[in-house]
Design a binder for this molecule. Structure first.
Ligand SMILES: NC(=O)c1ccc[n+]([C@@H]2O[C@H](COP(=O)([O-])OP(=O)(O)OC[C@H]3O[C@@H](n4cnc5c(N)ncnc54)[C@H](O)[C@@H]3O)[C@@H](O)[C@H]2O)c1
Ligand SMILES: [Zn+2]
Length: 356
């Protein structure tokens, strides 16, 4: 199914969403809204005031963050939907960040063998990444995204006004996913986005909003070309092989960083190896690291840390035949996927970070 991407223009996204939901195909549909505590208070009032089609929607509140992404919460929601008389014409509307849309998409994918889902992302991660592309999942036994389906949304509605209440650290997390998009595409220039970061490391919301549509449209175009991640969609893993290793290791050490920050550091490693292995101009690496340092205290990794990070990188589900595979970039907008990287190169990148 094609996902209708609703982006802001002269007409607000929420007005367009209202029109979308009033189509004849939804005439006999009931709408069920999934929110968490924060989107209930910060986002639901705006949504309801602008989208008349959702005025009488029933809403269910789910736990905040990763707690929501469990099979138990999914089962409670299936039960609540049945009790409320939801049927196969019902539509689930996810109002929240990636945790709400991953869970809500998962619930929708299996309820009555699949009901339509509409994503209204309220975090930057949700807007530029999680809400688009059909991946849904819950966690199992502390394994992230262990169980899930591809269930593309009928529509994704991006309303930048929701970002106004987003805490700074959540903005930073999404910002690195945006930077990833810019490095992979020529949708917007890297320099302009780097300008969004002030000297004190704060991200300018205005500049983010200006580049939002391009980043969202880029992700949508990539997943449309390769919905099941057999080829080009893998480029979206830029920075993530290192990033997941760093995220898991620092969590184990009791000094956790957010996924976005880990990916931000991971992209510096990927750019470092891009210079060494595929001829990326070193000045891009320098500009990237200068921006990263304004926002993040990059830890000086020791030899022991590199072994800890490598331990997790060896388990990356994208690896094949025991090889660690990374996305590198030759130049802005020109990624190379599935570059095999040996363990000494991983160690070199992690140990060099601090000297860049
Ligand atoms: N499916 C995919 O393709 C995909 C891609 C990337 C990430 N993800 C998943 O997304 C999840 C992370 O998503 P996230 O970063 O959006 O986290 P999140 O959904 O936990 O939201 C972050 C925090 O912001 C709060 N919040 C949300 N919107 C707000 C608003 N407008 N104002 C104030 N507070 C608000 C939330 O309540 C939460 O506390 C992870 O589980 C990750 O695995 C999925
Ligand atoms: Zn990510």
């Amino acid at each position: 199914m094609d996902t209708k991407l609703i982006l802001p223009s002269r007409i607000s996204s929420l007005s367009k969403l209202d029109r979308f939901l009033k189509q004849p195909r939804f005439a006999s549909s009931r709408f069920f809204l999934f929110v968490d505590e924060n989107t209930y208070s910060h986002c639901l009032p705006l949504l309801i005031s602008k989208v008349a089609a959702l005025e009488s929607a029933e809403f269910f509140e789910v736990p905040v963050g990763e707690e929501a992404k469990s099979i138990e919460v999914a089962a409670q929601l299936w039960g609540a939907l049945l009790e409320s008389g939801a049927d196969c014409n019902s539509v689930i509307v996810n109002l929240g960040g990636g945790c709400v849309s991953d869970l809500g998409g998962f619930v929708a994918s299996a309820f009555k063998r699949g009901v339509p889902v509409v994503n209204v992302p309220t975090t930057l991660v949700g807007m530029v990444d999680a809400a688009i592309g059909g991946k849904t999942a819950v966690n199992l036994d502390h394994v992230k995204n262990a169980v899930g389906y591809f269930h593309p949304a009928a529509a994704v509605c991006v309303e930048p006004a929701f970002l106004d209440s987003l805490p700074d650290e959540e903005l930073v997390a999404g910002f690195f996913e945006m930077v990833k998009t810019v490095l992979l595409s020529d949708a917007a220039s890297f320099e302009a986005l780097a300008e969004a970061v002030g000297q004190e490391g704060r991200v300018s919301l205005d500049l983010i909003k200006r580049h939002l549509n391009d980043c969202v449209a880029f992700k949508q175009a990539v997943v449309k070309t390769d919905p099941y991640e057999h080829s080009v969609r893998r480029m979206l893993n830029l920075g993530h092989t290192f990033g997941h290793g760093i995220e898991s290791y620092l969590l184990e050490c009791g000094t956790p960083v957010s996924h976005g920050v880990a990916v931000g550091i991971g992209m510096a490693c990927a750019l470092y190896l891009s210079v060494k292995k595929v001829g990326l101009d070193a000045s891009l690496l320098e500009r990237y690291v200068a921006m990263l340092r304004k926002m993040v205290d990059v830890p000086p990794f020791s030899l022991r840390d590199t072994e800890g990070i490598l331990h997790y990188m060896r388990q990356d589900k994208k690896n094949r035949d025991g090889l660690i595979l990374c996305v590198l970039i030759q130049e802005l907008g020109l990624p190379v996927i599935d570059v095999s990287v040996d363990e000494n190169e991983v160690r070199d990148a992690l140990l060099s970070l601090h000297k860049l």
